[in-house]
Design a protein around this ligand. Sequence first.
Ligand SMILES: [Zn+2]
Length: 190
Amino acid sequence: MSNAIEDVQLGDGGSAVPCFTQLKPARDGGSIVLSLIGKVKGSPYHWMHKKAKGYRCNGEGCPACKAGVTQSWTAVALAAAYLRGGGIEIGYVPMSRPAFREVRALNGGKPRECNVKLTSVGGGYAFESDSGPARWTGDEAMRREVEAARNDARIDALIESKLYDQLTDAEWERVLAGKSAKETEPEGWE
Ligand SMILES: [Zn+2]
């Protein structure tokens, strides 16, 4: 499958992204300031209420589409959060479609060139434009970290791994039938 998730190797040292964490405030109602620094990947998905879990839409011929399961969309963006004591943490920010539209309009349509205030609000996130230019551009150490993360060959796979899991069509059929996606025991004994 062309869009299957690939394994990525971590921990070989010298990487700007040794662990790729979600950048978010520590508590609901809290805020952090960050800048979007590069790649954004988005994908349609279906949310299975009974399982309280979402899986990627398989596009053409998708069993969940055929079954009429509501489709949503989500995006994951590479970002750098500014730490209180100085410095940055590289990670990712998930965005619903409305949030993505909000973010895309920030700073006159140039969201990557400003600082963004992200506030956690009741399970979702609100994005506001702070000021520009993005803070990291004026600091040599931060600039090096951002550029290393952007150029990291593993970044595509890391970002993609934060989108919903992908199922084969056969696995989708199992999920739609109320079973687990992966077979837990061999079939064909009856
Ligand atoms: Zn679908």
